[in-house]
Design a protein. Structure first.
Lengths: 546, 422
């Protein structure tokens, strides 16, 4: 299947996020690999995804699940080698699936040769590749991100007898982007992968690239300048490649990462995600409409990236204290479910394995403005293991079938990189791809259908949004429009049946066509359009003037 | 013919939009634009502060205001239709308004609120007067919390009041409700109170709505219904209650709403009240009743003269209501000079019981019975003011308690009269 040549392909994409390690193991060492991922591309094609986002797969001591990179030009030996990657990439492209690679710009592992050089002496040529200081008082007041593990953003290096700056774990020293050599080297890294054929980068932790005294050291103009420089080079040499920003910030701060269409193509909408969960629990659209009202317009070529869950905790940094308390009480009453400023749980357990709520949330994901990202395993309702350390509880092996190691690996179960989920509700014998492929009513089958509908209607990827504000606050309704195409989306956030009257007068004369069953609903007239909706039900209607 | 609904289609539509609620605050209004804005904004603040996670709604039952009262109530809403939404609120707060049919009537307003509570399946509901300008956000918590979390079904208020405020309550309504029904509910006829959804449904099903008590005096009927229905009662200290300068004409209306409703309730509840010989306290949450002592001008002379003229002018009516001994005693004291005048506890309690029995037997029009009590009450109020002129708050409370005990002690006399032939 050929890939679209449209340079705005990312606007219509369905992105699937996966870590090579977690997906499929072909050499029975207990760790997923690129050959395994390549073997499962047919599954992803069948699911309907159009892009895969790979989490870091580079050589690394793996003290932060690969986000501590020790070599940017290679593949971690556990996952295969560069040839395996190239084969995977080719196979993906043959299936019309693009590949997005995670790139950690902000920091390296302390095991990276650059850092090893840098720490050797003050006059080492690589000394200025990192941010060093004689004191730990510079940039005072800058927030600590990993509050559960780090006490300071400075760490003492006994080798070079100085402090180095790190916004994440202390074994992840920040690169110094004031140094042109660093900027040039990181461009060389990106060029290397693009030349191999990757279609885009998810750039990790971008707000923190540059530090300045007296600031929060986040979202600085100097950081944006670095990013714009990378984008300009990418556009110049490799048009059609995409940059996706990971910037866990408020919408107003996020807006700057799009620039004037000359910085990032896409950025995650972090504040929206927790509010979708909040709106569902409150049975009230207010948190969702409120945050989207605060979301600024972005350049026409840009796009938000939406997600329900990912490899990290459900972050609660971008909510108020009251909202955070509410979210903890509602979604993470067990302290094991909490980490840093968030909740380490997968989608299905967060929603009490309630199929209606899982469908509704995926319906929102696919119909709100943005490109949806599906976290591996969520399409079958995989569970988590909150008793594993860090965020590993949501990074357990993919559950392919009910047999040996869930079909993930032929290794001894004890040697798997992570224990499988075993409990009777979410364990691999209950939740797996094989069993769900057999039934049309399974979550997997349903996900295929909704992805198909979404892909068949570009208005959902590219259209404008206009909220309707029916007096019933449990109903979240909006119209997506692109050229002459209009789609009406109506969501019942409530656990009970609801009646709603929609003001559709400006669509008078249109017929509503339900997009999943293609059934015709009554024509819009002068009176408010009355709909009755079951618990957590949602409708997507095409508006047709015939 | 089916009874016409008190809920208009428009209001029903608003209720549909609100959906199920956890807590509800009702505000009965009629041309209260001068104060209602402040009151509903305080209610809203209380809901946001103390019930931020609950599904809350403010329901205004309006008697046909022409002064923008409903618009002021609706202005307390928090929703995403507004340009700037309230970021301190987790969820939507509906503040809705309904004009009920039939013109202003507190009973119909309460019925509208009760019906809303039932339809919205609210767990806890409070009613707040639109004139309670001393309201603080804490009132909302003190009213709703005991019902929502404390397993109480009915919570009446305790206020910080001037010792000469609420004279009718102290001298008649409280002592008599207590003596009749055996529960020491300090404010059985209150402008603020709260109730459970269960009590709301129970009370809505009572056969009162076609009677006068369903129009006025419904609040005391609700108190009695809570007591006789075996619901769990408590009283909660709210704070200062503003002094209301009642006019003379208001007294008869107040008597109808309180004494009329109280006497009316005796009929259907005979088996309950006749079996009670003493009273029990109910749980008090927060401080007890507080009494303030600052100077307050009350026209005592007028009370005294109205008592005197009432006894004289209403002699034929009083003859048909009262026993000859009681009437003679009243006539005796009405002849006394102001300085010697004393309308004592026993005589006042006996008078009320004889009025209650006459109401039961409908010796004359029941409304006339209630009206005829008004001048006698003025005499009693005069004595109360004089007796407590120099009294401390504690002394005032003790005097009220003594009168209550007298009422309880003399209650058998009511039973005798009730069952007597005349």
């Amino acid at each position: 299947m050929p890939m679209s040549q449209d340079q705005l392909w990312y606007k219509d994409a369905i992105i699937y996020q996966v870590h090579v390690r977690t997906f499929f193991d072909t050499n029975a060492d207990g760790i997923g690999d690129f050959r395994g991922l390549a073997q499962k591309l047919d599954y992803l094609q069948d699911l309907g995804v159009s892009a895969v986002w790979l989490m870091p797969f580079f050589p690394s001591p793996l003290r932060d699940d690969g986000y501590d990179i020790a070599d940017y030009f290679s593949v971690h030996s556990s996952y295969g080698n560069l040839d395996d990657f190239k084969s995977f990439l080719q196979a993906a492209h043959e299936r019309g699936i693009r590949v997005i690679v995670e790139m950690v710009l902000n920091h390296t592992s302390d095991q990276h040769p650059w850092f090893q050089e840098s720490r050797k002496s003050q006059d080492n040529p690589k000394r200025d590749w990192y941010v060093w200081s004689d004191t730990d008082t510079k940039y005072h007041g800058v927030r600590i991100i990993f509050v559960d593990t780090e006490l300071s953003n400075w760490a003492w290096d006994p080798v070079s007898k100085a402090y180095y700056w790190h916004r994440f774990f202390s074994h992840q020293p920040d690169l110094n982007y004031d140094n042109p050599a660093v900027r040039e080297e990181m461009w060389r890294v990106m060029k290397f992968w693009v030349e191999l054929g990757v279609d885009g980068f998810r750039l990790d932790a971008v707000p923190y690239l540059v530090e300045r005294e007296g600031t929060s050291c986040e979202n600085l103009p100097e950081t944006h300048a670095v990013l714009k420089e990378l984008r300009a080079k990418l556009d110049q040499h490799f048009p059609g490649k995409m940059l996706l920003a990971e910037a866990n910030q408020w919408p107003a701060d996020l807006r700057a990462y799009f620039g004037e269409g000359d910085e990032f193509h896409m950025a995650f909408h972090f504040p929206l995600m927790p509010r979708m969960f909040m709106g569902l629990k409150l049975e009230d659209r207010k948190p969702i409409t409120e945050i989207l009202k605060q979301t600024p317009q972005i350049p026409a070529s840009c796009q938000w990236c939406l997600f329900l869950r990912n490899h990290d905790e459900l972050t609660l940094e971008m909510v108020t204290d009251m909202e955070r308390d509410y979210m903890y009480d509602q979604y993470a009453i067990d302290k094991h479910m909490r980490i840093n400023v968030g909740i380490r749980r997968r989608l299905a357990p967060l929603l009490d394995n309630d199929r209606r709520r899982i469908e509704l949330m995926n319906g929102l994901l696919m119909s709100l403005p943005g490109t949806p990202i599906i976290y591996y395993g969520d399409e079958i309702g995989m569970g988590d293991n909150i008793y594993l350390g860090d965020r590993n509880g949501v990074r357990t092996p993919m559950q392919w079938q009910g047999g040996w190691n869930a079909g993930f690996s032929g290794a001894d179960p004890e040697s798997l990189y992570s224990p499988l989920v075993l409990n009777p509700v979410y364990g691999y014998q209950a939740v797996n791809v094989e069993s769900q492929k057999r039934f049309d009513h399974s979550l997997l089958s349903w996900m295929k259908r909704i992805i198909k509908v979404r892909k068949a209607n570009p208005v959902l990827g590219r259209g404008s949004i206009e909220f309707l504000y029916p007096a019933n606050h449990r109903i979240l309704a909006y119209v997506r429009q692109l050229d002459k195409e209009s789609v009406l989306v109506v969501n019942n956030l409530s656990s009970t049946a609801q009646a709603v009257e929609l003001d559709l007068r400006r669509f008078k004369g249109n017929i509503l066509i339900e997009m999943f069953g293609r059934n015709i609903f009554p024509r819009v007239g002068d009176l408010p359009y009355l709909l009755t909706m079951g618990p957590y039900q949602f409708y997507w209607f095409r508006l047709r003037k015939i | 013919m089916a009874e016409e609904s008190i809920l208009t289609d428009e209001f029903l539509r608003q209720l549909i939009d609100v959906g199920e609620a956890d807590v509800l605050v009702g505000v009965p209004t009629y041309n209260n634009a001068a104060t209602v804005g402040q009151v509903v904004q305080t209610i809203r603040a209380g809901l946001l502060k103390y019930f931020p996670r609950e599904r809350a709604v403010i329901v205004n039952a309006d008697g046909g205001s022409r002064d923008q009262t409903p618009e002021l109530v609706r202005g307390a809403s928090i929703n995403d239709l507004q340009h700037s939404t309230d970021l301190t609120a987790l969820r939507t707060l509906h503040s809705i308004s309904a004009e009920y049919p039939g013109g202003p009537a507190t009973g119909t307003a309460l019925r509208t609120i009760l019906a809303s509570a039932e339809l919205l399946r609210a767990s806890a509901c409070a009613v707040v007067s639109p004139e309670s300008t001393t309201i603080e956000p804490e009132w909302i918590e003190r009213l709703l919390r005991p019902v929502y979390k404390g397993n109480f079904d009915f919570v009446t208020p305790l206020y910080r009041r001037h010792k000469f405020d609420g004279l009718l309550m102290r001298n008649l309504v409280y002592p008599m409700t207590r003596a009749f029904y055996g529960k020491q509910v300090r404010e059985p006829y209150a402008a603020e109170f709260s109730f459970s959804g269960q009590l709301a449904s129970h009370f809505l099903g009572q056969e009162i709505w076609t009677h006068e008590v369903g129009q006025a005096g419904t609040e005391i009927a609700l108190t009695i219904s809570a007591i006789t229905g075996g619901f769990r009662l408590a009283q909660s200290f709210l704070g200062a209650k503003p002094h209301v300068d009642a006019r003379a004409a208001d007294l008869v209306a107040a008597m109808r709403q309180t004494v009329g409703a109280l006497f009316w309730s005796l009929e259907p509840n005979f088996s309950i009240w006749s079996a009670k010989s003493d009273s029990q306290p109910i749980p008090t949450l927060g401080a007890a009743q507080e009494v303030t002592l600052e100077p307050l001008r009350i026209n005592r002379k007028r009370l005294f003269s109205m008592f005197r003229s009432g006894v004289a002018e209403l002699e034929p009516v009083l003859k048909s209501i009262l026993s000859s001994s009681t009437l003679t005693e009243l006539q005796r004291i009405s002849a006394l000079e102001e300085d010697d005048f004393l309308f004592g506890d026993e005589l006042w309690a006996r008078t009320i019981y004889e009025f209650a029995a006459s109401y039961h037997k409908a010796v004359i029009s029941r409304d006339h019975v209630v009206q005829a009590l008004a001048p006698l009450y003025r005499g009693r109020a005069f004595t109360f003011l004089v007796e407590n002129r120099e009294a401390s708050g504690e002394q005032v409370e003790q005097n009220v308690e003594d009168f209550c005990m007298t009422c309880e002690r003399l209650k058998p006399s009511l039973l005798e009269l009730w069952n007597g032939r005349k």
